[in-house]
Design a protein around this ligand. Sequence first.
Ligand code: ATP
Ligand code: MG
Length: 348
Amino acid sequence: MVIIRNPQERRGRSGFIPDGATGRSRILADFDVAIAGEVNLDLILYGLDREIPLDREILGDNFEMTLGSSSAILAHNLSVLGMRTAFVTRVGSDELGRIAIERLAESRTDLSHVIRSAGGTKTGVTIILPHGRSRRILTYPGIMFEMTCADLDIEYLASARHFHLSSLFLQKGLHAGLPDLLRTLKRRGLTISLDTNDDPEDRWDGVLEAILPEVDLLLPNEDEIRRIVRRETVEEALDLLGQRIPLIAVKCGPRGSLVQRGSERIPAPPVTVTPVDTIGAGDSFNAGFLTAWLRGESLQACGRAGNITGALSTLRPGGTEAFRNGELRQGFLKQHGFPIGGLTGSVR
Ligand SMILES: Nc1ncnc2c1ncn2[C@@H]1O[C@H](COP(=O)(O)OP(=O)(O)OP(=O)(O)O)[C@@H](O)[C@H]1O
Ligand SMILES: [Mg+2]
């Protein structure tokens, strides 16, 4: 097992910013957000205009290889938005793993606790075939299932103000220790957010039930929140879940988002764009929402911030390419008024 050291220094502790969300003042924490999660590349093939027949060769019209996986996309985009972000993962000793970590390092995410496995398990990969407004997704999880809570340095995670978990049902190795881990981090003063993403087995139980009491902020899409509580409509699901979770932000694709705090529901209108694809839009929404929330913005502003960064992500392939393009990113964020409100510092 080899620990990869980030060539860049940890982000400085400069700049006290009042903290409305957590009560932990920013200056005391090394990081704004810590994430323990999966990393892989997305291989995206465009040009599928019909079903794929067996035993025939179909020609695509474009191909992109981008940083994929919900956790890594979020870490990347949070860092680019100026949040001091720590990321822990297990990665295979293979080329795809190396490239994925290189991409993430460019965002200045702290990777000092990434573990490169010497064993034979490969880094996972996702093949995506956009198909009109829908897409086919095939993921080889590889090492994704192998990280356990024993791999996590609690002191390192607890040096952040906030802990986020994505892809709950893919991170099977974490399940056993997760309720304890979240309880410990809460005791240490961190707030906790969760984006379950899809449950490939469509069960929506087990570890989810065990950790929900620790979650301060849930970030589902419309389909996920309905499945979590087995309700027909998003409104019914929000009524129910709003009684159990302090804050919920539901991602509604081209219709923007809905924020629920207790029985209060705050819709945030979308930003109109013509998407290249919507891969990673949910994770990019999370990045904008969390950035605003951790900086103490109003819930209305948080929903709006998520919609802006979600929409930005759709303008280039995958979930990080629009964020890597400084000119596009800065122009778009400025045009739509991100950062919102007066508290947020400058976006790099
Ligand atoms: N076509 C679009 N036009 C404008 N904004 C969009 C569009 N698609 C997505 N967004 C923005 O991105 C956010 C997240 O997108 P979406 O609802 O697709 O999340 P998701 O299903 O969780 O995505 P992911 O596949 O990344 O998990 C939306 O709430 C919205 O703010
Ligand atoms: Mg999602």
